[in-house]
Design a protein around this ligand. Structure first.
Ligand SMILES: *Cc1c(COP(=O)(O)O)cnc(C)c1O
Length: 284
């Protein structure tokens, strides 16, 4: 399959290597490509339908929609009720996922939790459920491929970094790259919540270092300093997502000194939609 390139950028006088997983595909890229790797290798005729659930602008949703389109699989995606204005947008991850054939099913907020639980009880042999954000132990295989690519690149760095939501990517990367230091930071919830999420998958290895964010950020909310970091990175030559990357870069610039490789986690397709929200807030 695709081996992603490595670029170099200069930021605040430091040089960073970037593993360009964002360039793998317009929709099926970043760590969602890695997490879906095992499913991507599954022959078309083995499955008929993928089922998942979560947010209506999720990067995982978009990646699964793209995968299902290329495989000819159905895709049922469950969410809480969505705002009417979001449905009319002709930009963003939701729009593109619908375009690619996703079936969107809205569940009343009060029933949502229980409803999702029942999905797991009624699964057929030709269906597969992807947990919210792609946090499945199946993700390990694709992240081990990523680890092999990093190791064979022989660029001489001993540290890698990637931001966390569920922590699946950073955890499996640290487990697969024992001789490297792996930095991450929580972009959803705090450090304690991230550790809990990771521990549900595996014991946290010593080479995984969780950096504390400068302040408490609410996920997917517009922040002026995120926009500034985003611009600084574009000026340096690479576009990153607006939800995870700014906080990771902020932590790296302030809490690390050594040369390192940043694994681009993708999500750039969500920026259009976030930028309209920044505009509405008057930040642009
Ligand atoms: C999903 C996502 C993450 C978080 O990945 P986890 O494996 O859940 O920690 C980070 N960055 C981007 C751009 C994502 O889409």
């Amino acid at each position: 399959m695709n081996i992603s390139a490595i670029s170099k950028i200069k930021l605040e006088g430091r040089e960073f290597y970037i593993k360009r997983d964002d360039l793998i595909d317009p929709y099926l890229a970043g760590n969602k490509y890695r997490k879906l790797y095992k499913l991507l290798k599954t022959p078309k005729n083995k499955l008929n339908k993928i089922i998942s659930y979560g947010g209506t602008q999720s990067n995982a949703m978009l990646a699964i929609a793209a995968m299902c389109k290329s495989k000819g699989w159905e895709f049922d995606y469950y969410t809480k009720p969505q705002s009417a204005t979001q449905k009319t947008l002709d930009i963003g991850n939701y729009f593109h996922s619908i375009e690619m054939g996703m079936n969107h099913i809205e569940i009343d907020a009060t029933l949502y939790r229980d409803y999702i639980a029942t999905l797991f009880l009624n699964i057929n042999a030709d269906e597969f459920i992807v947990h919210q954000g792609g946090a499945v132990s199946e993700a390990r295989e694709g992240i081990e491929v990523l680890a092999d690519e990093i190791r064979s690149a022989s660029i001489g760095v001993r540290s890698v970094a990637t931001p966390s939501g569920t922590g699946t990517t950073a955890l499996f990367l640290a487990l697969a790259l024992k001789e490297f230091r792996v930095y991450t930071t929580p972009c959803i919830g705090d450090v304690a919540y991230l550790r809990e999420q990771m521990q549900a998958l595996n014991e946290i290895p010593e080479n995984l270092i969780i950096l504390e964010p400068k302040k408490k950020y609410h996920f997917a909310k517009p922040y002026k300093e995120f926009l500034e970091m985003h611009k600084k990175l574009i000026d340096a030559g690479v576009e990153f997502d607006l939800l995870y990357a700014p906080s990771m870069w902020e932590a790296l610039l302030n809490q690390t000194k050594e040369s390192l490789l940043y694994v681009h986690s993708g999500g750039v397709s969500g920026n259009e939609n976030m930028l309209t929200r920044y505009r509405k807030k008057g930040f642009i």
